[in-house]
Design a protein. Structure first.
Lengths: 459, 462
């Protein structure tokens, strides 16, 4: 039986624009709290810039810690957008419709956040300009174009540009609707942004083609971004646990796992906060959970292979590193938590239909996944560096400081606040997608059973 | 809004009765003179292969590892094409894809070729060196296990995969065999009585069938990955001293999927053109298969590059030797061939809609990809099998190119002949298009008119 009701266009506009045209009571307080955390983060960043990176826990030999882990984490979350909107659009999955815009938005803001972390991590952020403009022409000191660290900004920047375009193209019809329902400065703003959208057949055709083309073009970028980020680690032969050929697909599949879980979290919050029960339904969570099971199992398989082949050569330093990572405190505790939260608890729960259709349980399991995936990146980055030099006697010396925790909190608040600000001005669920869904989804009776069905154009 | 579906459109799909007659009595199941001729030709090719194998043993013995590299490549090739094909009856079903139904049986039929793979894998037990030689243990995924663990487990994996594949084929054929049992004649009816004695289509039997297929599909997928991990690790990876490539088993599995899809495309074309199934197989199937083929060809490059970049970037002597062995050294001709046939040509052709949406375009590309896979398996196996000292810590000397001799060519011919022979044989009994899938598809989809356009309503049952 198909969930939800058939709604007419007027009802769809009214319900989905309740965030953009009216301000919910809770919105101001939520934004205020998040804004406070964001401002605190900027203050902490200022303190760190003034005092130096010594206020963090970073020290020899662990020079990459929570900042790089969080950078990789947010790049991973950004993979949700393309997974949900592009891949599911190309495969004509009808259930993607309510979540495409929120997923694309999450991509854009998480990429912006991810890009901030190398700047934060630099300590003296003005020196990053030397990466682009070498400061010493006379001595021929150019950026090392062989380094994946130089490829990172190009890849992430391209992905950010493409995702923003993708978001904007999909937003055009709804901007037209908002323009026609507002007055004053808002009317002028939406009018400028809507680029003359009138909704005639030619414009719809162009918008659809642009969406499909962008979906196809973004796919290689989607794969390349996290692969390049993974090569920051994989091409380093001197660090145990990093020099592995499997890192690229391993990171990408992990990114899809954490990104789609983040979309589940977001969908649950959207349904609860804006009361969009007619649009975000248990069937969407069910479909996402099934996708997540496949992705999680593949990710777990890659994890096993990665560990197996790291032990393959039976070299002393590699064995010692894995022994430390898996069996020695505190890494052992984190490793157990990572496995439980990243795979065993959520996937076992998702095997049950009751869990997949329970929005509360899906919300909590998706949060567990992202805790596990943050820990996965932490366990890749930090223990390996802690063991990097064989004569260091300070293994296990790294601990994130209050400054690093504050910046991590800043990143979550920054993304959430921007999502809420966007929701105040633009609909989080695409209006035209919801109206199309009412057309393209139907039911059919086979014998005594009624099953959900979709319309497909005849080929 | 859905009320704008104004009426049912004209439905020119075969009715249940027409489909039953077409599929149960399809020309492809008959033993015509043309078919008999093909059986003779393919049988002769297979016999030639057996002759080549015997003469190879007489000529080279079983101890000269280098001369058996091409044989290992053949087993790897069969594992990659025939074993990968049944995945098409598993993965799209998870996505509730309706277009795959006419092609599902075609992909499952490739399990029959697994019999040849299993038989050909037996000599590998004697060819693969033990893990410990002269008290020196070479690196492998088996660590401190007994010396013959790879031989045992790899054989179990291959035979297990073949067995599960055949079980999946038999399970999915049960309803159709029951139809043949009731409505067929001659030898086919006799065989159908033996293979489907009690299936009468009760609700309980259908439920059990679906459950069995679900379990077998899951096991097939797991065994496929397991087999590729073991085969790639033991028969290739462990023979190259100092080679450490975590993505290699996954690369081997992925290229198996790519070649499997190509094999199914090729077989689909033949059944459409010559098998009498043109009312069931059409442009929709070929188009969707071509999209899959395109994606897998792009993934070929991604997996290859993910390994190559790590080796190239490190600039260590060991990693440079590995790249030389597999890419720009004695098998550069095979590497370039793979690069062109498995990636560049498929990518630059399948990206065009007019090629994807055609019957011949994807078929020609399928042949190209299968050839590319063959070259890939040659480059990956012949080099490692011709390394002199596999128990060194690192690869120091790149072996010279080993070219196939006459017996290898005979065996290649025999492999293709034997595979095609088995495939053709099984289609005499089992219809190449699944009757019950077609009938289910007819139940859950129907043409309709939406405003002035024709659409299809496709049910998505849980």
């Amino acid at each position: 039986m198909r969930q939800g009701r058939q709604l007419d266009e007027i009802r769809i506009n009214k319900e989905l624009l309740n965030g953009a045209l009216e301000t919910p009571a809770w919105w101001k307080w939520a934004v205020l709290i998040l804004f406070t955390i964001v401002i605190s983060g900027f203050v902490v960043f200022g303190i760190q810039t003034n005092k130096g990176l010594g206020v963090t826990g970073l020290s020899r030999p662990v020079f990459w810690g929570a900042y790089i882990t969080t950078f990789v984490f947010w790049v991973g979350i950004s993979h949700a957008g393309i997974m949900i909107s592009a891949i599911l659009r190309l495969t004509q999955a009808e259930w993607r419709r309510p979540v495409t815009r929120a997923a694309e938005l999450l991509t854009v803001f998480s990429l912006l956040t991810a890009l901030s972390f190398p700047v934060i991590h630099a300590g003296r952020p003005w020196r990053i300009i030397y990466w682009i403009f070498p400061y010493d022409f006379a001595r021929g000191l150019w950026p090392n174009v062989r380094s994946p660290l130089v490829w990172d900004p190009a890849a992430i920047g391209t992905y950010l540009t493409g995702s923003t375009l993708f978001l904007y193209v999909a937003l055009l019809p709804d901007l037209g609707v908002l323009r026609d329902r507002t007055t004053g400065w808002k009317h002028a703003m939406y009018g400028a942004l809507s680029l003359g959208w009138r909704g005639n057949p030619r414009q719809w055709r162009l918008q659809t083609v642009a969406g499909v083309l962008l979906s196809a073009l973004m796919l290689p970028i989607f794969v390349s971004v996290h692969s390049i980020v993974s090569w920051d680690f994989a091409v380093t032969p001197g660090v145990e646990g990093w020099n592995s050929t499997i890192f690229a697909p391993y990171f990408v599949i992990g990114a899809v796992h954490s990104g789609v879980s983040a979309v589940v979290t977001m969908m649950a919050l959207m349904r609860w906060l804006w009361k969009w029960d007619n649009f975000i339904r248990p069937e969407h969570f069910d479909a996402l959970a099934r996708l997540l099971i496949v992705v999680a199992v593949a990710w777990f398989g890659f994890t096993i292979v990665e560990i197996l082949f790291s032990l393959y050569t039976l070299e002393g330093p590699e064995l010692a590193f894995r022994d430390m990572q898996i069996f020695q405190w505190p890494w052992a505790g984190l490793f157990v938590v990572f496995l439980l939260t990243g795979f065993f608890i959520p996937v076992t729960m998702w095997l049950f239909k009751g869990v997949r259709n329970s929005i509360a349980l899906m919300f909590w399991t998706s949060i567990l996944v992202n805790i596990g995936m943050w820990l996965e990146r932490f366990l890749i980055v930090v223990p390996a560096l802690a063991r990097k030099q064989p004569f260091v006697y300070t293994w296990g010396s790294y601990q994130p400081s209050i400054v690093e925790f504050a910046m991590m909190a800043w990143s979550f608040a920054f993304v959430s606040m921007n999502m809420l600000l966007f929701a105040r001005f633009f609909p989080l669920i695409p209006l035209f997608e919801s109206k199309e869904a009412m057309i393209f989804t139907t039911e059919m009776k086979i014998g005594r059973t009624t099953i959900p069905a979709v319309l497909r154009e005849q080929e | 809004m859905a009320s704008r579906i104004t009426a049912a459109a004209h439905d020119d799909r075969p009715t249940f009765q027409e489909a039953a007659v077409d599929i149960v009595n399809a020309p492809s199941t008959a033993l015509s003179s043309t078919t008999a001729r093909w059986f003779l030709i393919l049988g002769a090719m297979f016999v030639l292969g057996v002759v080549g194998f015997v003469l190879k043993i007489v000529d080279a013995g079983m101890d000269d590892r280098a001369s058996w590299g091409y044989y290992v490549a053949m087993v790897s090739f069969l594992l990659s094409t025939a074993a990968g094909a049944p995945m098409l009856s598993i993965a799209p079903v998870l996505a509730k894809a309706n277009w795959i139904r006419p092609v599902m049986r075609i992909s499952q039929l490739f399990s029959a070729i697994g019999v040849l793979t299993a038989i050909m894998s037996i000599p590998l037990i004697f060819l693969l060196p033990p893990l410990v030689e002269d008290e020196v243990r070479r690196r492998s995924i088996w660590f401190g296990s007994p010396a013959y663990f790879p031989h045992m487990w790899d054989t179990i994996a291959i035979f297990g995969l073949v067995f599960i594949g055949l079980a999946l084929l038999w399970s999915s054929s049960l309803p159709d065999l029951a139809a043949i049992r009731e409505n067929g004649g001659g030898r086919r009816q006799k065989w159908a009585r033996r293979l489907a004695p009690g299936f009468i289509g009760t609700w309980g039997q259908w439920k059990a069938l679906k459950m069995r297929m679900g379990v077998l599909s899951a096991f097939y997928f797991l065994f496929l990955v397991f087999t590729h991990v073991l085969f790639a690790s033991d028969y290739i990876h462990a023979l190259v001293p100092g080679y450490k490539d975590a993505i290699f088993p996954m690369y081997h599995a992925l290229t198996s999927l790519q070649a499997g899809v190509a094999s199914v495309i090729l077989a689909t074309y033949f059944f459409w053109k010559y098998g009498g199934f043109d009312r069931y197989i059409g442009i929709n199937q070929m188009w969707n298969l071509a999209k899959l083929q395109f994606a897998l060809s792009l993934l070929w490059f991604y997996f290859f590059f993910s390994a190559w970049i790590v080796f190239w970037y490190s600039r260590t002597p060991q990693n440079e030797k590995v790249i030389e062995l597999f890419d720009h050294g004695p098998y550069m001709w095979a590497f370039l061939g793979t690069l062109f046939f498995s990636f560049i040509i498929p990518m630059w052709t399948l990206m065009w809609n007019f090629i994807r949406v055609s019957m011949r375009g994807p078929t020609i590309l399928a042949v190209v990809i299968i050839f590319g896979t063959l070259l890939d398996r040659v480059r990956l196996t012949v080099g490692p099998w011709s390394i002199e000292d596999i128990n060194e810590k690192f690869l120091t000397e790149i072996p010279e190119t080993v070219w196939p001799d006459l017996w290898d060519i005979f065996m290649f011919i025999g492999m293709f002949g034997g595979a095609a022979f088995l495939f053709l044989l099984v289609t005499r009994l089992v219809p190449a298009v699944s009757l019950w899938e077609i009938q289910q598809s007819r139940l859950i989809s129907k043409p309709a008119m939406y405003m002035r356009g024709e659409v299809e309503i496709v049910g998505k049952p849980d």
